[in-house]
Write a protein that binds this ligand. Structure first.
Ligand SMILES: C[S@@+](CC[C@H](N)C(=O)[O-])C[C@H]1O[C@@H](n2cnc3c(N)ncnc32)[C@H](O)[C@@H]1O
Length: 260
């Protein structure tokens, strides 16, 4: 497809993203006292957490009851702030539905909020390949995947995500996935992005989380390898002609890359 041409699905997607952008200015991620998964630092960065942001959630968040249960359970965890923001998860679920996604990849599961979120919108024969190295985190959410009746759609792989992605590629699954969410160790993001680009079909979407990294990307210090990694990837994706992109100030910043 020529660089600037868009499919009907992408055009509708752009409209959805316009709304998402507008709400994203005020919405966010990890904000424990409001229990929607928003970090305090984001409040300073994006002016989130005020009554208008709460209003947006009150008037747009349509969370499955089991998903809500998992969110509240996760917020009790000492690392609960690692959870994806609920508004961002809802946008990703809407996009997955829009492109009629059947196969998704979750890189960084934690307690499985977004894994469940994606599994809920995939068709019954769809699957989420869920990658994490920490079985303890995942075991918190696993019973709720069952309770929601979608456990059969989740293919959990406890090992370094790079290894899982290489296995998928070796199994001949390149170009067969519809959606990927990158949300694990920041220094591997470039590798995750490149492997996901091979695994995703044309018209598929890669969502990359934490691209603003609490504002640190504005002035990445030399020794901060996580910020360096995120900043370099942001610069690379900006110039990447293999994808169309939107960088949204939602949560800790999320880039949506639409594969051309
Ligand atoms: C920010 S959390 C993921 C949040 C999750 N996406 C959600 O829906 O709430 C990051 C996760 O990445 C996992 N992780 C870290 N390094 C990893 C690696 N090399 N391979 C796979 N998972 C990894 C961590 O164990 C942690 O559970």
């Amino acid at each position: 497809m020529p660089f600037f041409s868009v499919t009907k699905e992408m055009a509708i997607g752009t409209a959805v993203l316009g709304v998402a952008f507008a709400t994203g200015v005020l919405a966010g991620k990890k904000y424990p006292f409001l229990a929607f998964g928003i970090p305090r630092s984001s409040k300073t960065l994006l002016g989130k957490g005020g009554p208008l942001w709460q209003y947006i959630l009150d008037h747009s968040l349509r969370e499955h009851p089991v998903l809500k249960k998992l969110r509240l359970l996760t917020l009790d965890h000492p690392w609960g702030r690692m959870m994806v923001s609920c508004d961002q998860a809802q946008l990703m679920a809407n996009l997955a539905k829009l492109i009629k996604a059947k196969k998704a990849i979750e890189i960084g599961v934690f307690t499985g909020y977004n894994t469940l979120n994606m599994a809920l919108v995939l068709p019954d024969d769809g699957k989420v390949v869920a990658c994490d190295i920490n079985e303890d985190y995942v075991s918190i959410g696993k019973p709720l995947w069952k309770e929601a009746g979608v456990e059969h759609k989740i293919d959990l792989r406890i090992k370094p995500a790079i290894q899982t992605l290489d296995e998928l590629l070796a199994d001949g699954e390149a170009g067969t996935y519809d959606f990927a969410f990158i949300d694990a160790d920041k220094q591997s993001y470039n590798e995750y992005y490149e492997k996901c680009l091979r695994l995703i079909r044309k018209g598929g979407i890669i969502a990359i989380d934490n691209v603003l990294w609490h504002g640190k990307v504005l002035k990445p210090s030399k020794n901060d390898m996580e910020t360096q990694s995120l900043h370099h990837l942001n610069e690379k994706i900006f110039r990447d002609v293999r994808v169309n992109i939107s960088m949204l100030p939602m949560g800790d910043g999320v880039t949506l890359a639409f594969k051309l």
